[in-house]
Design a protein around this ligand. Sequence first.
Ligand code: NAP
Length: 458
Amino acid sequence: MVWPVIDNTRQALRVAVIGAGPSGAYAVQALCNATNRAGPVEVDVFDRLPTPYGLVRYGVAPDHVKMKSVIGSLRQMYRHAQVRFLGNVQVGQDLSIDDLRHYYDAVLLAVGAAVDRRLGIPGEDLPGSHSATDFVSWYSGHPDVAPERFTLDATSVVVIGVGNVALDVARVLAKSAGELESTDIPPRVLDALADSRITDIHILGRRGPAQAKFTSKELAELGVLANADVTVRPEDLVLNDADAAAVEDSPVLRRNLATLRSWAGRPLQGRPRRIHLRFFARPVELTGTDHVTGIRVERTAVDQAGNAVGTGQRDEIEAQLVLRSIGYRGRPIAGVPFDEESGVVPNDGGRVVDGRTPVPGLYVAGWIKRGPTGIIGTNKRDAAETVAAVLEDAPHLRRAAKRHRDAVLAALHRRGVHVVPWEGWEAIDAAELALGAQFGRGRVKIHDRVELLSAARG
Ligand code: NAP
């Protein structure tokens, strides 16, 4: 393809970044840092929520205060003079990708991976079976998941999956409300956690400890909970030769195995809750007629290729609540190629491709680009790669027709969209801090979308 070469030396490059989470923020930072090299750049950051920070606000567990403190750096990126935050705008609904191309020379999608993977087993949709994403959104006060969605009247819970999200969910369920009341959890969620009747939390890995996805620090946190004992079956820690070699080679796995071995067979200390960490247990069916009553699992072995192979040995774990924490996938966006199998937008180093052909002016960063992996900092490198592609292409990009900064705002206004600017977010921020002061806490999240929008108006 031959792209028109346009003299862009006098005009600022206009970029729309879609998604104000960490990958959006790192893309913004890389674009601003490049300004001196690449000429002026103007960036508008859209988010469907009236609030910035994406999964740092609505995914990082409320008790992981240190991890949340990255917000301090992300804030600086969004406050840059060349950058505008346009919250409460849903791309795909309020503005299409085609619309955006009228206003921006480049569109960079950093929309994350918002959809849960499916187990594909009978009973998956029974009442009482939820995605961990919904549960995380609930305790994080996400406006899409109402406070009444979860009542914790179950006594036994199963969390499926052995990644860091599963550990977050299990830890929040295991802690007492007293341990969580210094966090930003919304009051009605905290009340539900305080009323929890949960005594047993089962975390299930379909493969062995050598294949578990969680990281060592997150695993070790389970062992120091004041309100819960943690148990592991010694037989789950017996490794085949291939796994023993993998553990030997990996510092993370070595630490994980040492932690798990220190828990195996350890007598219960009589704490109010128990976390049962179980491996080689593949979910086969969720049981129950009008509500989950349990989960049937099959014992597995891991073959030479690292796959779980059923042994035919089955048993059932009683549970009134099942949380499926088996990873995420991206959601297709109208007008953007999508790979259904991997759940990401096909791309070459951040340039969106249709088949093998790059789609001029369209880019991706973060989980929608590489899938749901890595830690927050991983997005920095990832966004830098994408922005390098944007800047390399910049001289050749077709220039947007409607270049005035306010043109997009006027269009949104005509469509009745209530755009929340950065000042609107600052008003929400102040309202949450004031609410926190009222409860004797640092911050208390506003859960309801209407209340968020009303706080944004100041
Ligand atoms: P993940 O790390 O990919 O873990 C998903 C888990 O689900 C794996 O144990 C996987 O097992 C299991 N699974 C997948 N399909 C399954 C099935 N059909 N049946 C049973 N189990 C199944 O995903 P995640 O926990 O959602 O985390 C996403 C990303 O966010 C990760 O990079 C994670 O580290 C990051 N994160 C980090 C933190 C933190 O740093 N504290 C907190 C939260 C999230 P297999 O391996 O066998 O497929």
